[in-house]
Write a protein that binds this ligand. Structure first.
Ligand SMILES: *[C@@H]1O[C@H](CO)[C@@H](O)[C@H](O)[C@H]1NC(C)=O
Ligand SMILES: *[C@@H]1O[C@H](CO)[C@@H](O)[C@H](O)[C@H]1NC(C)=O
Ligand SMILES: *[C@@H]1O[C@H](CO)[C@@H](O)[C@H](O)[C@H]1NC(C)=O
Ligand SMILES: *[C@@H]1O[C@H](CO)[C@@H](O)[C@H](O)[C@H]1NC(C)=O
Ligand SMILES: *[C@@H]1O[C@H](CO)[C@@H](O)[C@H](O)[C@H]1NC(C)=O
Ligand SMILES: *[C@@H]1O[C@H](CO)[C@@H](O)[C@H](O)[C@H]1NC(C)=O
Ligand SMILES: *[C@@H]1O[C@H](CO)[C@@H](O)[C@H](O)[C@H]1NC(C)=O
Length: 508
């Protein structure tokens, strides 16, 4: 069975050799660019001895019709036919002269688009008959790519409308190119393809945007892809637009007698603003103004006459636009006005201890300090009573002085010397009312004297009873007798170190 199959295969092979003992070898396809040179290979292969080659003919098969290109004849020589005469030749012309007809490769030079076709190479032999093969020749045309701005400068008028700002063209390419855009500009691309009679295609894409101030100086990149090859070209838009105006200089705080105020007209424009004009609505500009370029300088102190609506007119080659500012005049510096309204000590308890920390400290201190409180209080009372017995000769002025120290140390006085007389405090914090009482009573002059000398103590977060003698502690507590309803026990506050201070010290 196997033997039979093997013999069958051998017989088939013999038959194939008999029929196709001669063959014409060619490339299946070839391609080249316009103007270049291309070889169309044609080789006669003969496995069986010998056949006589009587003629070789090259034919162009185009649109279903055949056209002779060249012939080679052992006796008559070679011949290139008419439209191909200048550009086509046999590669092995010398061998053909010696009647060696096996290689009849032809060479096209200066390739034309019209050369694109199928080419047949036909061998006429004796006695085997005709043998032929075919090659498809494709001709490429490299496109001309260019990017152009619609105009060097684009004018953005007030009325917004779509406009082609740039065009990218890939002309007379074969095969056709594709065009894409890369830009941050918001816009749309249009695409148009035109097929030329010679088979090339012109691809044109336009980029359409609404020109505006924002599109000025934006970059547009056109990406042309031709047979996998990328060609990019970029332009930067130059958009002209009318001025965009704003007036700077009025801070809402033009108070009476303020010096050297000015208004500046800022305009974003392309081309730059050539003329700035200032106007005061319903009136004429104050006499003390001086105009320098785009700035209005008000000489001398601010008066009520300066109030009004100021208009700046900015003009460039494209248009005219205005900026407006309403100037009002106040009778007081807003900064000092605001300062006078601020609470003098914004932290309620004035210790500088964050509330969480204070609470945590109070919790721990409450537990530990609770026990110690009794002991310390007993010792303090004991020492106090003894000292009082032995040494107390103090009068109220010294107490006031001590209290004054505490006052400044507690940081209750603002580090803001020019405080107007009519101090006002928010009602929602009674802690802050107490210093008011102090300053309003006009007492404790010592505190004022010590304000500067001990001002560095303001930085201390809080102070404790060891600031003075234990005697002072007792005196201090007594010195707070201005408090209408002293509740000593309730007002004692445990510190984290287990000590206690008077709540009233926190208040001051
Ligand atoms: C040559 O091109 C024709 C049509 O363009 C096609 O039918 C044929 O198969 C091609 N031949 C080869 C060998 O590629
Ligand atoms: C191909 O043949 C058709 C009709 O046979 C004709 O209309 C057409 O113009 C021809 N094209 C070329 C390129 O010769
Ligand atoms: C511009 O063209 C786009 C798309 O064609 C459109 O959506 C847009 O409304 C147009 N804008 C103006 C101002 O014409
Ligand atoms: C193809 O035709 C276009 C216009 O008809 C022409 O500009 C171009 O040069 C031609 N291309 C070639 C390779 O002949
Ligand atoms: C004055 O001008 C400022 C800023 O424009 C404005 O906030 C304020 O309300 C004006 N005051 C009065 C009294 O018109
Ligand atoms: C300002 O003048 C214009 C006309 O010039 C008038 O219509 C407008 O009512 C005036 N405004 C004031 C506040 O006087
Ligand atoms: C104002 O304009 C003059 C010319 O008109 C120029 O020389 C000067 O530098 C400008 N000043 C400012 C502050 O722009």
């Amino acid at each position: 069975m196997e033997l039979f199959a093997g013999m069958l295969a051998f017989l088939l092979w013999l038959q194939v050799q008999a029929v196709h003992g001669q063959s014409v070898q060619m490339d299946s396809s070839k391609s080249g660019f316009v103007g270049t040179q291309v070889e169309l290979r044609c080789i006669f292969v003969n496995s069986n001895p010998p056949v006589k080659i009587s003629q070789v003919t090259w034919q162009k098969l185009s649109n279903g019709t055949k056209q002779n290109v060249a012939t080679a004849n052992p006796t008559l020589g070679v011949s290139i036919l008419s439209p191909f005469k200048e550009r086509v030749g046999f590669k092995q012309a010398a061998a053909l002269q010696r009647h060696q007809m096996e290689d009849t490769t032809i060479v096209f030079s200066n390739l034309q688009l019209s050369d694109e076709a199928a080419y047949i190479c036909e061998y006429t032999t004796f006695p085997a008959g005709n043998r032929e093969n075919m090659v498809n020749l494709t001709v490429f045309a490299r496109p001309m790519t260019r990017m152009t701005l619609t105009s060097p400068t684009i004018v953005a008028r007030g009325k917004k409308r779509n406009m082609t700002v740039a065009t990218c063209t890939s002309a007379n390419g074969k095969p056709p190119s594709t065009i894409k855009w890369s830009t941050l500009l918001k816009g749309e691309a249009t695409l148009q393809e035109t097929r030329n009679p010679n088979g090339t295609v012109t691809v044109r894409s336009s980029y359409v945007v609404v020109p505006s101030r924002e599109t000025h100086k934006q970059k547009l990149t056109c990406i042309v892809t031709y047979r996998g090859e990328r060609i990019t070209d970029s332009v930067v838009l130059n958009v002209q637009y009318e001025p965009e105006v704003k007036i700077e200089g009025f801070d809402g705080n033009w108070y009476l007698n303020r010096q050297n105020v000015q208004l500046t007209c800022r305009a974003d424009a392309n081309p730059p603003v050539t003329i700035y004009q200032w106007k005061l609505l319903n009136g004429s500009l104050p006499s003390n103004v001086e105009i320098k370029n785009n700035t209005l300088f008000f000489k001398g102190p601010v008066t009520y006459d300066l109030a009004g609506t100021y208009v700046c007119v900015a003009i460039n080659g494209i248009g005219t636009r205005t900026g407006v500012v309403d100037v009002n005049i106040t009778d007081m510096n807003a900064a000092s006005y605001a300062a006078s309204n601020l609470p003098i000590n914004p932290t309620p308890r004035g210790n500088g201890i964050p509330p969480e920390q204070h609470n945590a400290g109070a919790a721990i201190g409450g537990a530990v300090g609770g026990v110690i409180l009794v002991i310390v209080a007993a010792i303090l009372l004991f020492v106090f009573l003894r000292r009082r017995q032995r040494t107390f000769k103090g009068d109220y002025s010294t107490k006031k002085h001590v209290f004054g120290n505490g006052y400044s140390k507690a940081g209750a006085m603002p580090a803001h010397p020019p405080i107007p007389k009519n101090l006002q405090y928010p009602d929602d914090s009674d802690d802050e009312k107490k210093p008011t009482q102090i300053s309003n009573t006009g007492g404790f002059e010592a505190s004022d004297r010590n304000f500067d000398t001990e001002s560095e103590d303001l930085k201390r977060p809080y102070f404790t009873v060891d600031e003075g003698e234990s005697r002072d502690y007792g005196e201090r507590t007594l010195a707070f007798q201005y408090d209408p309803e002293p509740e000593i026990a309730d007002d004692m506050i445990s510190q984290t170190d287990g000590s206690v201070i008077s709540k009233k010290e926190w208040y001051v």
